[in-house]
Write a protein that binds this ligand. Structure first.
Ligand code: AHR
Length: 379
């Protein structure tokens, strides 16, 4: 029997059924052969057969097929989903690298583990993606795997936190925030606030709820505080990581409040930690607020992404937030578009950020001769 497309075989069968009353044994044999052919061809072409099950699983859960072949394949290794900032950042990437915009985004959530990120990058290399985007959990430990990506000829774009490599040619470029500058802005706001309200610098007893230790965001924000404390004569009573989560932020702040009853400032290295710190302060029977003289505990924070953070600032529970902008999707996409046109990006690209506060007394902060606006969060 000559090969026929499946649809024509189906038609042949239905005609045979119409004349079923007149068929002889040779015709029965032909019908049986046709049925076997249908079963065979259907099995080969059914979605979920062995061939299609090996296809790419994209960020939106769709599987790639032949029509996806023109899409630019981007492997994105994301840190995790520890904070509101991170979730917003992931959404920004998913929107920027949609199939409608010409991309097949392979998104891997590393659940805060560098080993998972290294595995993800190796998988991207095996799959021969067009670009790798890495949001590294910490700065150290990337040389080997980035070397493998370089040997495979796959450009790597680092986003958000930085990597500390021996050879900067191991990645194409980095885009993200100046975390140390964020820390300096918030500490300058605190300095100016104390001056305006007549609070003696040496009366400040601060605890630092740090981010993930070894991440650029933690290194920069901690340094901003440590330098400002040394300069202004502030006392740093304690430092410990809140891992950028609300639960850990609460736990660590509660521990500090128990050990150091004189604490009057909690410097949280992101908003989710600040939510936890406020819970701990209130559970200890104290009030989160900027009136230190009246026994309130001032909470300082970073990000300013979620509605909850803005509400807390509006209510005075968070006194000042250093903005950290998570909307890197379109920025990374622009870099990839430029690369495809042969335009080499700057090695380090910093995004512009400001400061948020409900307190109206400080409308701008000056760091190293540069002025940055403070957006006053109104009622
Ligand atoms: O690296 C950026 C930081 O990581 C954000 O401030 C924090 O919320 C996130 O988890």
């Amino acid at each position: 029997m000559p090969w026929q497309p499946a649809c024509r075989i189906v038609w042949h069968i239905s005609m045979s059924k119409i004349s079923v009353m007149k068929i002889n044994s040779k015709q029965i044999t032909n019908i049986l052969i046709a049925i076997l052919c249908i079963v065979f061809l259907t099995a080969c072409g059914t979605p979920g057969s062995s061939e299609t099950s090996q296809d790419s699983s994209s960020a939106d859960g769709a599987t790639s097929d032949a029509s996806d072949q023109d899409l630019i394949v981007v492997g994105f290794s994301q840190v995790g989903a520890e904070s509101d900032w991170r979730k917003e950042n992931t959404q920004s990437m998913i929107k920027a690298f949609s199939a409608e915009r010409g991309y097949d985004l392979i998104l891997e959530d590393a659940q805060q583990k560098q080993s998972n990120q290294i595995t993800a990058i190796r998988t991207f290399i095996q799959r021969d993606v067009d670009y790798i985007v890495l949001a590294p959990v910490t700065e150290e430990g990337w040389d080997t795997v980035l070397g493998e990506a370089k040997d495979a000829g796959i450009p790597v774009i680092i986003v958000d936190r930085k990597v500390a490599t021996e050879d900067e040619d191991l990645f194409t470029c980095w885009i993200g925030s100046d975390f140390e500058l964020e820390g300096k802005k918030v500490c300058t706001w605190l300095t100016d606030f104390c001056t305006k309200k007549g609070i003696a610098p040496d009366s400040l007893n601060i605890v630092d709820i740090q981010g993930t230790i070894g991440s650029s965001a933690q290194i920069g924000r901690t340094k901003g505080l440590v330098d400002a404390a040394a300069k202004n004569g502030w006392n740093i009573a304690g430092m410990a990581s809140g891992e950028y989560t609300q639960a850990k932020g609460r736990e660590v702040t509660a521990g500090f409040l128990g050990r150091f009853p004189e604490i009057n400032v909690v410097y949280c290295e992101n908003d989710n930690e600040a939510f936890g710190a406020i819970e701990a302060i209130e559970a200890a029977g104290k009030k989160a607020g900027s009136d230190i003289a009246k026994g309130e505990i001032m909470v300082l924070s970073f990000d300013g992404v979620s509605q909850e953070a803005i509400e807390d600032a509006r209510e005075g529970k968070i006194s000042c937030i250093g903005e950290c902008n998570p909307l890197h999707g379109p920025r990374v996409e622009k870099i990839i578009k430029n690369l495809r046109q042969g335009v080499q990006p700057d090695k380090y690209i910093y995004v512009e950020e400001e400061v948020f506060s409900a307190d109206q007394s400080i409308t701008a902060v000056e760091v190293e001769g540069n002025g940055y606006p403070v957006t006053i969060i109104g009622q």
